[in-house]
Design a protein around this ligand. Structure first.
Ligand SMILES: NC(=O)c1ccc[n+]([C@@H]2O[C@H](COP(=O)([O-])OP(=O)(O)OC[C@H]3O[C@@H](n4cnc5c(N)ncnc54)[C@H](O)[C@@H]3O)[C@@H](O)[C@H]2O)c1
Length: 427
């Protein structure tokens, strides 16, 4: 059994990977934790039975202790991860490290050095690698099912309602406070593309802007806050509708978890009260957001492999599509549809039922649980590293280079030069 200390007991810290500890108490146990919000520590005690004296009121207080567990889950906000990870490695912890590692390239590179120096297990929260969908696609490429790999096209459909929650009103609306969209949301996709390509990326080019969620597009007569707005019952983005009755985020549809980010006990009454003052009650056209709402990235990998990636807020569904071509065939599918299509040129199409593919002895594979299971297997010597930290860092380099390209109006960025510059400038 391995023991874990949780640094940052929010949505990810309490409800994602550590579900594994609940399901497999003989494999993983949460023994300590830290958060600056007392209610979150209370939840840590209730959910995982962590004793009072092992609950700390900040990351610093937790990291000032001697080593309290085999591993640390770092699940605070984006800009806190790298500093905490450095200290935790020095203390001797192995890490589950939430993505993004850091929005600052030099910090990613310094941490990479430290990980190699300390020789600890570090698994970055690239949960998509643990889904049957991408794992099967990777296996098909690796085993030559479509010949020589040529192109990878990926789309991330964020969903207008999800985008408004996280990237207009919520935590990730400003890149100067957290991370740019490509890193925060799409480092998963960059990571998957790099993993599927199997070789390093050489160049990237990116276009994209924040074009819709701006004051100029606010409907006539609308107010700065939804609860004061005459359009609160007709506007698609009305916070009242979204968090109470919408099928996407509404508490009436059992989606109270979305509102928990601004109200600890998300009853209808509490949500309506909180929306009067919370940032989540702001008009989507009058927030202080600055992250792009649609972007495209072109990528050139070694061996002539080409990638294209599109992320858009303007979709109904929240899903991801994949289309891979090779000299002898193609693979395509939609994440979440439980099937992958494999076409072998001249030999027809096979539909692979992903429900029949298991990626763990218990068949509980899937993002968060799969990653926690992978970490436990790694720590107990039963599995090889699946999320190589070097590849994770590479995917951050790709995302940050793409962001630099976007900011410069779509110039081509050579990754080798980009890394050299970060090295020169900051370390
Ligand atoms: N891997 C994934 O698929 C995935 C999905 C969503 C979010 N994330 C990442 O996980 C991280 C956490 O996201 P979240 O949705 O859980 O956010 P959250 O706000 O729910 O949780 C962050 C927690 O950190 C706590 N915190 C802040 N400062 C602290 C400090 N100094 N010491 C101790 N605790 C502190 C906050 O009080 C909060 O409880 C983010 O970096 C996010 O990008 C990853």
């Amino acid at each position: 059994m391995i023991t874990v200390a949780v640094c940052g007991c929010g949505a990810r810290g309490l409800f994602a990977y550590m579900e594994y500890a609940k399901r497999f108490p003989d494999r993983m146990k949460v023994v300590a934790g830290a958060d600056i919000i007392p209610e979150r520590l209370q939840l840590l005690r209730e959910l995982y039975g962590v004793p009072e004296e092992m609950c700390f009121d900040s990351d610093e207080a937790l990291l000032a202790q001697p080593k309290l567990a085999d591993a640390m889950l770092i699940s605070t906000m984006d800009r806190q991860h790298a500093g905490e990870a450095m200290k935790a490695l020095e203390k001797g912890y192995h890490l589950i490290l939430e993505k993004p590692i850091s929005p600052v390239l030099a910090e990613c590179l310094a941490l990479q050095e430290k990980i190699h120096e300390t020789d600890r297990f570090v698994v970055v929260g690239h949960v998509l690698r643990y889904t049957n969908f991408y794992a099967k696609a990777e296996e098909l490429i690796r085993t030559g099912a479509i010949g020589k790999l040529m192109t990878i096209a990926m789309t991330e459909n964020v969903g207008w309602w999800h985008f408004s929650h996280s990237f207009v009103r919520g935590n990730w609306r400003r890149d100067d406070e957290t991370s740019p969209m490509l890193l925060q949301k799409c480092c998963h996709d960059m990571d998957i593309m790099r993993w599927l390509a199997g070789v390093p990326c050489k160049k990237v080019q990116c276009f994209g802007t924040l074009s819709y969620f701006k004051e100029v597009n606010a409907p006539e007569g609308s107010a700065a806050r939804c609860m004061d707005c005459p359009l609160q019952d007709s506007c698609r983005f009305s916070a009242k509708t979204l968090y109470i009755s919408s099928p996407h985020l509404g508490v009436r549809h059992d989606h109270g978890g979305w509102a928990r980010v601004f109200v600890p006990d998300p009853t209808e009454e509490n949500i309506l009260e909180a929306l009067k003052t919370s940032p989540y009650g702001r008009c989507v056209f009058r927030s202080d957001n600055n992250v792009a709402d649609h972007e495209t990235v072109d990528l050139e990998f070694e061996n002539g492999i080409l990638g294209t990636f599109t992320v858009s807020a303007f979709t109904e569904r929240c899903d991801r599509t994949l289309k891979i071509t090779g000299t002898d065939g193609e693979i395509y599918g939609v994440l979440g549809e439980d099937r992958l299509h494999l076409v072998r040129f001249g030999a027809g199409e096979e539909v692979i039922d992903l429900k029949k593919v298991t990626d763990g002895p218990e068949g509980h594979g899937g993002g968060d649980m799969g990653l926690a299971d992978g970490f436990w297997r790694l720590m107990t010597g039963q599995a090889e590293e699946k999320t190589s930290v070097d590849v994770s860092i590479e995917s951050h380099v790709m995302a940050l280079a793409a962001e630099a390209s976007r900011e410069a109006g779509g110039t081509t960025v050579v990754l080798e030069d980009f890394v050299k510059q970060a090295d020169k400038g900051n370390r």
